[in-house]
Design a protein around this ligand. Structure first.
Ligand code: NDP
Ligand code: ZN
Length: 350
């Protein structure tokens, strides 16, 4: 064991504050990482404030981790000291169930061990995330950062990137498909870039007309202001695929109307009950599909990093001093970040 430092919430109503705690010494299959950068995901806010009702305190968020390997256990073969590596939302899983065997560790039938606020499978300790100077993770859950990628803007690929890439790939979105991205925050702006890279015609649905020009800069071909009923009506029956990153309950019905028959609406932002109620007829009468998607497996996380390097895709980031993390949360809630905060971990020692 050794003493690590980071920022954690002690309860749902207290701001994040510095905390010292114990990290384990590397086990034989572990990689120890000095964290250089960590992205700030809206899930961190949901969890720090217990908005999903599953928080465990103290809660140290952070699952978009980029850093340098400082030590490896005796059995590690994938990474070596000095390598630049990443850790996303998961740090372990059962590794033998049907989902794990299919490289879909995020759907582990025994439940994956998340990067924070989950009991470690070996010693039962509460996992602590990447708002920290270091982390120790089993090598299977550590990915390689391609040389071509800038380290700061690579960090959000570990969650915002993989979460938007995975459903686009799973549903076979291809050149010429009409894709709508709902909400342009951390996830949404990456969704636009990936859909565009796959050759789709991309539309952003946003509440804010002011985001129209920036959305086009991100690669969107069209923008629909979702609060304008006439604009929503104008795209009725139009889309093959919708990727919904909105982080709060919202009316799905007007969006379902914009799908063609056989169209697919994927939820990634919402895990609460749908409210207001869904009109099932909008699905039944046009064989539309409403489904969800959770991050992506480890192999696919490596794939998306390599895809970003190959296609020159980066996240738009704003560097953050960790001492400003609570203000950053307030700004994210207001939609005032373009489009991902990334913590410079040097500020933890500053
Ligand atoms: P952000 O806060 O960065 O962006 C969310 C965007 O949604 C905003 O920019 C805004 O876009 C839109 N939005 C926000 N509030 C509302 C509202 N009240 N009504 C309508 N639209 C709204 O969040 P992230 O991109 O980091 O995360 C999005 C969601 O995805 C979160 O709930 C997060 O927990 C979840 N998530 C899910 C994952 C999964 O595996 N399924 C993985 C990671 C995150 P605009 O201004 O353009 O309307
Ligand atoms: Zn996330």
């Amino acid at each position: 064991m050794y003493t690590a430092i980071g920022y954690a919430a002690q309860s749902a109503t207290t701001p994040l504050a510095p905390m010292s705690f114990q990290r384990r010494s590397p086990r034989p299959d572990d990689v120890a990482i000095e964290i250089l950068y960590c992205g700030v995901c809206h899930s961190d806010i949901h969890q720090a404030r217990n908005e999903w009702g599953i928080a465990v305190y103290p809660l140290m968020p952070g699952h978009e981790i980029v850093g340098k390997v400082t030590a490896v256990g005796a059995n590690v073969s994938k990474h070596k000291v000095g390598d630049l590596v990443g850790v996303g939302c998961m740090v372990d899983s059962c590794r033998h169930c049907e989902a794990c065997a299919a490289d879909l560790e995020q759907y582990c039938l025994e439940g994956p061990t998340m990067t924070y606020a989950t009991p470690d499978r070996v010693d039962g300790s509460n996992t602590m995330g990447g708002y920290s100077d270091s982390i120790v993770v089993s090598e299977h859950f550590v990915v390689r950062i391609p040389e071509k990628l800038d380290l700061t803007s690579a960090a959000p690929i570990l969650c915002a990137g993989i979460t938007t890439y995975s459903p686009l790939k799973h549903y076979g979105v291809k050149a010429g498909d009409k894709v709508g991205i709902l909400g342009m925050g951390g996830l949404g702006h990456m969704g636009i870039k990936f859909a565009k890279a796959l050759g789709a015609e991309v539309t952003l649905f946003t509440r804010s007309a002011s985001k129209a020009e920036e959305a086009r800069h991100q690669g969107a071909d069209h923008v629909v202001v979702s609060t304008d009923a006439a604009q929503m009506q104008a795209v009725a029956g139009h889309f093959d695929f919708l990727l919904d990153t909105i982080p709060v309950p919202h009316d799905l019905n007007p969006y379902l109307d914009t799908l063609r028959f056989d169209g697919v609406h994927i939820l990634v932002g919402l895990i609460e009950p749908v409210d207001p109620a869904l009109h099932a007829g909008k699905l039944v009468m046009s064989r539309r599909v409403l489904a969800g998607s959770l991050i992506g497996g480890i192999a696919e996380t490596q794939e998306v990093l390599d895809f970003c390097a190959e296609h020159g895709i980066t996240c738009d980031i704003e560097m953050l001093d960790i001492r400003q993390i609570n203000e950053a949360y307030e700004r994210m809630i207001k939609g005032d970040v373009k489009y991902r905060f990334v913590i410079d971990m040097a500020s933890l020692k500053g």
